[in-house]
Design a protein around this ligand. Structure first.
Ligand code: SF4
Length: 408
């Protein structure tokens, strides 16, 4: 069991809904394929997990949450049963305060106006739709169930139901054999009235059908030029429309940034429920078993769904801290002890990157540009190699202003 007795309560809660009616070719998430999700078992498991965490950490009920995120999987398969989840969670958490952000993910194939309205009534106030593309050929190649018209219908249904805080996920960086008018697709999302866009580069994970086709040489993933070209085209289109590029993959109109994601990046404590979910509580990271069947079996049998936990060491914390800070447009603030260390030990690198247009440095902060974010891993690794170990003496250790956590 993770050593979290006496830890402060989480400010964010993630709940994983691990069911989809079909598995997309590129997906390696924790997904159980079914047309009839076992809702009663899933809700029962969520409730057991909540009880276990409260007993383990010694928290008092109810905990007031700042954010709740229902991800998947395909949460829109819940339909109007979102209210049943709300009922379970309300036994332990305060939901629905004016300032609380409650996001739910959905797929165009299972979202209509009636479902969207029932979610608003249950308390959801931010909707994220897995659009991925507005091109029928691209959607077919990705193995998605919806077409472009279905994506437009879902976005329109969400708007007319009353969702104004609305995200569209889009995928770029497809193999060069697949032609598409990418910038037009980004603009189609804007025309649909979204207030937030997340753009993800396609990756070929080894365990997926796509990964196996790439390994076999049947598919060549996008080259660097196409990947960078599409990324920067999205940045340009969205910034022209007034969106702020506030994190590597995320863009929002002012006031519509995803608070839940910020909590992952700024080191706030969060609880994750459901198969594959991660938690960060009391400086300890813990994660659940990946598969639904193993998760359900463990909880129904009176056991725990936790698979492991760890407390990051100083070396790991340093790199993670740099990586998290540079993922967002806040970068590292000048008054942060880490900024002084970066400038002392890697000032020449920062200057070279500034001249290349990858970094901006002023009296307030050091942060990456979109061009820099294209090289994020490479640049942060180079910085990490130059930095001294984190110690209490140089002010880089937890407790001296450094916070750490990341959940992918
Ligand atoms: S809908 Fe999403 S979670 Fe479900 S299989 Fe496709 S990519 Fe994976």
């Amino acid at each position: 069991m993770p050593p979290v007795g006496g830890a402060g309560p989480p400010v964010s809660l993630y709940v994983h809904f691990p069911f989809c009616v079909h598995r997309c070719h590129y997906c390696d998430f924790s997904v159980h394929r079914t047309h009839t999700p076992p809702l009663a078992e899933w809700l029962d498991s969520v409730e057991i997990e909540v009880d276990q965490w409260f007993a383990l950490a010694g928290w008092s009920r109810p905990i007031e949450l700042q954010t709740l995120f229902l991800g998947g999987g395909t949460p829109s398969l819940l339909g109007a049963d979102m209210s049943r989840l709300a009922e379970v969670l309300r036994r332990s958490f305060v939901l629905g305060s004016d300032s609380m952000e409650w996001t739910a993910e959905s797929n165009p194939a299972s979202l209509d106006e009636a479902v969207a309205k029932s979610w608003l009534e249950a308390g959801v106030n931010r909707l994220s739709i897995g659009v991925q593309s507005f091109d029928d050929d691209v959607l077919r190649w990705l193995g998605r169930l919806h077409d472009a018209a279905g994506a437009r219908r879902a976005l329109a249904a969400a708007r007319s139901a009353g969702f104004e805080n609305l995200n569209a996920d889009l995928i770029f960086g497809l193999p060069s054999s697949i032609q598409r008018a990418w910038r037009d697709e980004v603009e189609a999302a804007l025309e649909a009235g979204v207030t937030h866009v997340s753009t993800y580069g396609l990756t070929a994970e080894p365990r997926t059908p796509l990964g196996r086709r790439v390994t076999a040489g049947d598919v060549n993933m996008a080259g660097g030029e196409r990947y960078a070209g599409e990324y920067l085209a999205a940045v340009e289109a969205l910034e022209e429309a007034g969106f702020v590029h506030y994190e590597v993959s995320n863009f929002a109109l002012p006031g519509y940034e995803c608070l839940h994601n910020w909590h992952y990046w700024d080191g706030s404590p969060y609880l994750g429920l459901g198969p594959s979910a991660h938690s960060y509580v009391g400086g300890v990271r813990a994660w659940n078993v990946f598969r639904w069947a193993a998760y359900r079996r463990a909880l129904a049998g009176g056991g725990s769904a936790l698979e492991g936990h760890e407390s990051p060491g100083a070396g790991e914390s340093r790199l993670e801290r740099l990586w998290l800070a540079f993922r967002t447009n806040r970068g590292i603030a000048a008054e942060d002890p880490l900024a002084e260390s970066v400038v002392t030990h890697a000032g020449d690198l920062i200057e070279t990157w500034r001249e290349a247009g990858w970094v901006v440095r002023d009296e307030f902060r050091v942060r990456f540009t979109a061009e820099g974010w294209l090289r994020l891993d490479e640049l942060v690794t180079a910085l990490g190699c130059r930095m001294p170990a984190m110690t209490k003496e140089n002010g880089l250790r937890e407790g001296d202003g450094v916070r750490e956590s990341y959940r992918a």
